[in-house]
Design a protein around this ligand. Structure first.
Ligand code: ATP
Ligand code: MG
Length: 754
């Protein structure tokens, strides 16, 4: 049998091989949607003779696009995956804009404004114009308008029509317009622009995607209106689209995702073939029971069963603990206990702690630190957000794009070079008045081309001189035709010129070594972006008349400049939604526990999941507008677990406030599927784990170690109401089996249970 199709169930097989043009796979977590999508890509390439540049495959996180690439590589194994147009929405759109942006007036070499850039631009505008609107609020409203494709001018027009005199609304439009203006002046695009401008491009120049034959999208439930438009436009040539999604996992409403896009797609393409997958291959039966009970609290949702293929396994735990601190040490001790108890069948990488918000991580992190458990943070303060890394990146941004006033303003006196805050502010204001960039203004002043009204002290003059020298030298080296400097050379050169190691030692006496190690890590990251001399990829076999956007992208600008802007763009994209792969390489060599936000964990799975802080105000979050979305978030967290699920709630949170258990977990119905006392493990845990994780039979050593360790826990093994629980669970199993009439599952379960 074709290895691409091996192991697929009947519904998955249909979805992978169907000749239908438009397919929408709707299915619950862990049912193999992503697996199906990946297999379909491989199948289309092999059996429909599509070339990789005919296929656009869009995901939401860098991690999932990387995983998808790996899976396709495994299925096809000839390096073809590198040529697919596969990536996050943002990265694919960026590639199109780099190649074709000039057609809609986007200047060459545009930069990407990340969220810290956008917020500082916003703050400056508000201050300059003397407005009172809150910068973060304005930023989030602008983003939400852009995600719906609405411009400031449209909002202004609407206001005129309504004749409303709402000051906040008026200020919002003013800020919105000034913000767009500032981005254009600095030749920057924000994250929303990447998508929106790509829509404009494809509307006006549909031929840019004439190479695209099929479009595939993962996690479709989280697309917004602009992303829906992108799907249509990418698929404009022959309407071949496959999407996979799950309305129960829609968790990006706060970012303007539209659950309605699922129905909208069926309307857009009336011949959509809808395929449902049922069997869950990820989680144990007991985890699915609890998760299902939570999601079923939403009565407006059509009832669906989560169909387990695994044994019931170990009942999930819900523990009330006295404080956040104790909660954190309980998690740590459970991790160590499970590793011991299972005879080291599991390593630290098999554990993940999922948080409603990154701010909750402090207690857990310090407990992990104390116990010496290695961990990686996902969605919190990450590599690219660390002060020393941001500093070097700001230098690179200025080098790549001297018009970036914000980055230049941030580095103007770091490390200290005698330029006071007032001098810097005055220089910037003067530049804005003269309608030139800050860089042009400083350079012209230093080179004596332009007199400056701002009073500049002697040390400041020297400081500006040395800054200008560094920038000019680096710029010259980057665009050098003969021997252009690579991003790695640049990072090395800059850190040396700045005396960064000394600077860190002086300013961060306690942790300068870690910070320098981060810089060294940045050398390694930069080394992944070598200077490529232009290869004419149009000569590639079979692609003589088809534009390969990868190839065209390299065609732009001198190679040194191109490598730098690619490096910076990827850094900016990596700090977007996903924010997750900082330590991916490290994780491969050293097992680490993952601490992640629930949002960043979507689509992923781990053998053991902890969901701490399940109290009212945390989940549902006190600032959340949509309770149903909060419930779905908890559902996403629970369904990441393969074998063991631990939820907990401190009686007092880290602010020492009394808490109330989350409404999603405090109902009697859910309680039936959770144990609240004692450790979660049972004598069968080791067997369950190896069965669910398919890690082969447990060895004798596993069993021996487990039974030794179990002795000491036995007193607490089951909750007081164990009998009731197991009755309810048994009843539920029989209901499933009846509903399915599927004898072999029932049989397998009986075998497993015996
Ligand atoms: P989510 O909604 O959380 O993104 P999903 O529907 O995309 O989940 P996948 O991640 O594709 O699910 O699959 C879940 C797990 O089940 C993976 O480990 C996958 O390898 C496994 N799996 C999927 N289909 C099968 C199958 N037919 N046989 C065995 N294992 C499968
Ligand atoms: Mg998935």
């Amino acid at each position: 049998m074709d290895p691409i199709l091996q192991g697929l169930n009947a519904a998955q097989y249909d979805a992978v091989t169907s000749p239908a043009d438009v397919i929408q796979v709707l299915a619950p977590p862990g049912s193999g949607k992503t697996k199906t999508l990946t297999s379909r890509v491989a199948y289309l390439l092999r059996h429909h003779k599509y070339k990789p540049w005919n296929v656009i495959c869009l995901t939401f996180t860098i991690k999932s696009s990387r995983e998808m690439k790996e899976r396709i590589a495994k299925l096809l194994g000839n390096g073809i995956e590198a040529k697919l147009i596969l990536g996050t929405f943002h990265s694919v759109c960026r590639r199109y804009l780099v190649t074709y942006g000039h057609l809609i007036g986007i200047k060459k070499g545009f930069g990407i404004a990340d969220s810290s850039d956008t917020i500082s631009i916003m703050k400056r505008i508000i201050k300059r114009l003397g407005l009172t609107i809150d910068a973060r609020k304005a930023q989030s409203r602008i983003s939400s308008s852009k995600s719906r494709g609405i411009s400031w001018a449209e909002i202004a027009q609407q206001q005129l029509k309504e004749k409303k005199k709402d000051i906040e609304q008026h200020e919002f439009v003013v800020v919105f317009e000034a913000y767009e203006d500032q981005l254009a002046k600095s030749n920057l695009l924000d994250y929303d622009d990447l998508l929106l401008r790509c829509v404009h491009l494809l509307r006006q120049h549909p031929t840019c995607v004439s190479n695209v034959e099929v479009v595939l999208i993962d996690e479709f439930q989280d697309t917004n209106l602009v992303q829906f438009d992108l799907m249509r436009l990418f698929a404009a040539k022959n309407r071949r689209v496959t999407t996979v999604g799950d309305p129960d996992q829609s968790i990006y409403g706060w970012r303007s995702a539209e659950i309605k896009n699922l129905k909208r797609m069926q309307k857009q393409y009336p011949d959509t073939l809808v395929i449902h997958l049922q069997d869950n291959y990820r989680s144990s039966g007991a985890i699915l029971l609890a998760a299902q009970e939570v999601i079923e609290q939403d009565e407006s949702r059509p009832s669906k069963f989560l169909q387990p293929t695994h044994c019931p396994g170990t009942t999930p735990v819900l523990r009330r603990l006295p404080s956040s601190e104790i909660e954190a040490s309980w998690i740590v001790s459970e991790i160590l206990r499970i590793i011991g108890l299972t005879g080291r069948l599991l390593t630290f990488s098999d554990f993940s702690i999922l948080l409603r918000s990154a701010a909750l991580s402090r207690q857990v992190e310090s407990a992990m630190g104390k116990a010496g458990i290695p961990y990686r943070m996902v969605g919190g303060q990450r590599f690219f957000d660390r002060a020393e890394i941001k500093l070097v990146l700001d230098y690179l941004r200025v080098l790549s794009q001297p018009s970036n006033n914000d980055a230049l303003a941030r580095i103007i006196n770091v490390p200290t070079r005698g330029i006071g805050v007032t001098t810097a502010k005055n220089l910037l204001e003067e530049a804005e008045m003269m309608k030139v960039t800050l860089w042009t203004h400083i350079r012209d002043a230093v080179l004596g081309r332009q007199s400056v009204r701002t009073k500049i002290s002697k040390p400041a003059e020297q400081g500006l001189g040395s800054l200008t020298r560094i920038i000019l030298t680096c710029r010259k080296n980057i665009v050098d035709e003969e021997k252009p400097q690579s991003p790695e050379d640049l990072v090395q050169y800059i850190t040396k010129q700045l005396g960064l190691q000394n600077y860190l030692e002086k300013n961060y006496p306690n942790d300068h070594e870690t910070r320098w190690a981060n810089i060294e890590e940045l050398f390694a990251q930069a080394a992944e972006y070598p200077v490529l001399h232009v290869e004419n990829s149009l000569e590639e076999e079979g692609s003589d008349h088809l534009p390969s956007i990868e190839g065209l992208e390299q065609d732009k600008g001198p190679p040194g400049e191109e490598a730098l802007s690619k490096f910076l763009a990827n850094v900016a994209l990596a700090t977007e939604l996903q924010r997750d792969d900082d330590d991916a390489e490290e994780a491969k060599t050293q097992p680490q526990v993952t601490i992640s936000t629930i949002h960043a964990a979507k689509g992923l799975e781990w053998p053991v999941i902890f969901v701490p802080s399940t109290y009212e105000g945390s989940i549902p979050h006190s600032r959340a507008e949509d309770n149903d979305e909060e419930r779905r978030l908890l559902y996403v967290a629970m369904t990441r677990a393969q074998a063991l699920l631990y939820m907990s709630c401190p009686i007092k949170n880290s602010q020492r406030e009394e808490t109330k258990l989350s409404q999603f977990l405090s109902t009697k119905k859910v309680g039936r599927y959770l144990v609240s006392k004692g450790p979660a493990v049972s004598p069968n845990t080791v067997n369950d784990l190896s069965r669910i994780l398919r890690r082969g039979c447990p060895t004798e050593a596993h069993i021996l170690e487990a039974s030794k360790n179990l002795q000491s826990y036995e007193d607490n093994l089951w909750p007081v109401n164990a009998e009731e629980d197991s009755k309810a669970i048994q009843a539920r199993w029989s209901k499933w089996d009846e509903a399915r009439g599927n004898e072999h599952v029932a049989k397998r379960r009986r075998v497993n249970d015996s």
